[in-house]
Design a protein around this ligand. Structure first.
Ligand code: 5CA
Ligand code: ZN
Length: 485
């Protein structure tokens, strides 16, 4: 955000400024109304819902084209199912919302509102999978989920009812096949975030912070404008932990039986938050054209005597843009000034504005204004669609490049605790400290640096700058650390 880059202020101030900006923008741009009278719950508004849908469409496209099939499970999970995998229930029981009554009668078995769905899929996978021919089975759903979060809740970022949760659950015949699926899922998430221009770090979470019930967890994190890291997606290798608990077996060609190997991966409305926060600026949202509900807005600037000509040219331009397949809106409101319209659509992040005034009509041209730089250019009306398309392409690239270089500047290799602390204190971001690989040293680092461990790099080769700052032994890798959401 420009607001942060320009002025040097304390980290607390960045944080509260960003928080302020984020809350205001959610309402002003019409994304989510967070005034719903239940803590941690909000309402998707029409414009936000369209943005959400366009983002989910990309995810659905990627999953559908890689052999995944969409399903829809019930929200309720019986307590005894949720408890079948020991680590899982330990991780989630305190985070569940429980349904305890049917009307006035206490239920014999408590029902959880799904906090995630491994234990909902479990008994059904057992019924559906018989032989190796049934594998791999790759399913996903887009649903709401519930977590009784005790940390500060925040719209889209930490909800108690997460209204937008995409979870994929897969079963495989061998551990190698499951591992290949993990790589595929990472590839899908990369393409997804690349399509949104959201930069990411891919890290293997430490043992003490992996998903409850997983063998290991790979996470995608981004850095928010206030310098804090946010987890925007996770991919988990579940090994046979759940298949053993739920007795999900298959028959091999030789007649023997084996438990399946499972993976799961999820994203949430946090992705929408990341898109808005990372590309936004002082004027409001800046939406990547691919997911902008309106890609181009046409604003007539009528002038005494030339009203009819201006409106007519505006309609012609809008028609050309629509015909070219662009999501176009012609703002003909009579009771709103052109200046107010500019401001209104800027806040909503519409990537390109086309202005048509009397001078434009005279010259048979249109004036284009791109949202990211607010640069203006003029094009003949006959070429307006091509010109807008080219501009949208440039803008897409520019947003992605700007976001990546902004993030990269905030990832820093460090030698020791002091340096790491100072870096995080000054501008947030992510530090990479040498690490011997011992969990105890990792946890000591969390205390001494006063930051969370994101894990070890999965996207680049780790280059430790020295020995483990805690025990002094040779570093095997680096630990990424950050203050997090
Ligand atoms: N079953 C697995 C994979 S689907 C799972 O639930 N993984 S998770 O717990 O890591 O959640 C997946 C993603 O959902 C997280 O990476 C995070 O981006 C998002 N998420 C988790 N909790 C919340 C929450 N309370 N509000 C918003 N998003 C959340
Ligand atoms: Zn050590």
């Amino acid at each position: 955000m420009v607001i942060i880059a320009k002025v040097r202020v304390s980290r607390e101030e960045w944080s509260s400024r960003f928080s302020e900006w984020y809350r205001r923008m959610l309402m002003e741009a019409g994304i989510m109304d967070y005034r719903y009278p239940v803590k941690g719950c909000g309402v998707w508004l029409p414009y936000g819902f369209k943005l959400r849908k366009l983002i989910l469409d990309i995810m659905r496209g990627l999953l559908d084209s890689t052999g995944h099939q969409e399903v829809l499970f019930p929200t309720l999970i019986p307590e005894d199912m949720l408890a079948k995998e020991a680590e899982h229930i330990r991780g989630f029981e305190e985070e569940c919302f429980w349904v305890t009554h049917g009307g006035l009668k206490p239920l014999g078995t408590k029902l959880a509102l799904r906090p995630t769905s491994e234990t909902a899929f479990g008994p059904m996978f057992k019924l559906w999978i018989h032989s190796h021919a049934d594998l791999p089975m790759k399913l996903y759903q887009v649903v709401n989920m519930f977590r009784y979060e005790t940390k500060a809740t925040r719209p889209l970022i930490r909800m108690r009812e997460v209204l937008t949760f995409k979870e994929a659950h897969t079963c495989h015949a061998t551990p190698e096949e499951a591992e290949r699926n993990i790589r595929e899922a990472i590839g899908i998430y990369k393409r997804f975030f690349d399509a949104l221009g959201v930069p990411y770090l891919i890290s293997r979470r430490p043992e003490w912070d992996k998903f409850a019930g997983a063998v290991y967890t790979i996470a995608f994190d981004t850095i928010m404008p206030d310098g804090r890291a946010m987890q925007i997606g996770t991919v988990h290798n579940l090994g046979q932990n759940f298949s053993r608990a739920f007795e999900i077996t298959y028959e091999r060609p030789d007649g023997t039986h084996e438990f399946v190997w499972q993976t799961c991966y999820g994203i949430s409305g946090r992705v929408v938050a990341a898109v808005m926060a990372i590309h936004g600026d002082d004027h409001g949202l800046v939406l990547p054209p691919r997911v902008a509900p309106i890609q181009v807005v046409v604003v007539p600037i009528p002038f005494k005597g030339a009203e009819e000509a201006v409106y007519q040219a505006s309609r012609e331009v809008a028609e050309r843009l629509r015909e070219a397949g662009l999501r176009t809106y012609l703002d003909e409101r009579a009771d709103v000034t052109p200046g107010e319209k500019f401001y209104y659509w800027e806040r909503k992040g519409v990537p390109v504005r086309v202005e048509i005034g009397p001078r434009d009509v005279e010259r048979q041209q249109a004036t284009l204004v791109r949202r990211d730089t607010l640069d203006r250019s003029e094009v003949p009306i006959a070429k307006v669609a091509e010109a807008v398309k080219a501009l949208l392409k440039h803008l897409t690239e520019a947003l992605r490049e700007r976001a990546w270089s902004w993030m990269k500047e905030r990832v820093k290799p460090a030698v020791g605790v002091e340096e790491a602390r100072e870096f995080l204190e000054a501008r947030g971001g992510v530090v990479e400290l040498p690490w011997c690989g011992d969990d105890e040293c990792g946890q000591r680092l969390e205390e001494e640096v006063d930051a969370r461990v994101l894990g070890t790099p999965e996207d680049v080769e780790a280059k430790p700058l020295g020995p483990c700052p805690i025990c002094g032994r040779e570093a095997k890798t680096v630990l990424r650390m950050a203050r997090t959401y």
